[in-house]
Design a protein around this ligand. Structure first.
Ligand code: HEM
Length: 148
């Protein structure tokens, strides 16, 4: 084997190696935002669709939404979850205490709504870590939603 050919062969092997590792290496998500770990906007939109379907199927809370504008609500929920999870969106709805003012929502209704979201996250295949992080972020809004 000539020197030039050997060199070319070694370079070739290196290139194939680098290309293969780039293909097989899993993206390191340990430093990624919750938004990225959830799968971004399309995944969040899927979760919100399932969440709203679960709310509509739950007799403990669905009557509350009888007069709601569901397509607007879905858009607001996507914006809200996107922003709360560190994504690029800006929530454009009313603050939670204003949006739920006069509804006198109780804790059982709040918990049922949280259950509907948890179920939607399970149905979307979201892992326990990300599920718990999102539920904690939403749970922190309880004081602005219950008893207003
Ligand atoms: C679990 C946490 C909750 C979150 C994150 C949440 C989020 C929101 C958002 C983003 C809006 C839209 C505000 C706007 O358009 O400006 C909204 C409206 C509303 N929420 Fe909630 N909400 C929660 C709990 C609840 C509960 C427990 C109920 C009742 C059982 C409820 C009933 C409603 C209703 C009826 C509207 C008005 C929709 C309309 O008029 O179109 N929410 N909520």
């Amino acid at each position: 084997m000539t020197f030039a050919f050997k060199k070319a062969a070694i370079v070739g092997v290196l290139i194939v190696g680098v290309a293969l590792s780039a293909c097989t290496a899993k993206k390191d998500m340990s430093n990624a935002s919750l938004y990225e770990r959830l799968g971004g906007l399309s995944a969040i939109t899927g979760v919100v669709d399932k969440f709203v379907a679960n709310v509509a199927a739950d007799d403990r809370i669905n009557k509350r939404f009888a007069k709601a504008n569901m397509s607007r609500l879905k858009i607001r929920l996507v914006q809200q979850i996107c922003e709360a999870s560190g994504g690029p969106c800006k929530y454009q709805g009313q603050p939670m205490d204003v949006a739920h003012k006069g509804m006198n929502i109780n804790e059982a209704e709040f918990n049922a709504t949280g259950e509907a979201l948890g179920k939607a996250l399970d149905e979307s295949g979201v892992a326990a870590k990300e599920k718990n992080e999102l539920l904690a972020a939403i749970g922190s809004m309880q004081g602005d939603i219950v008893g207003k």
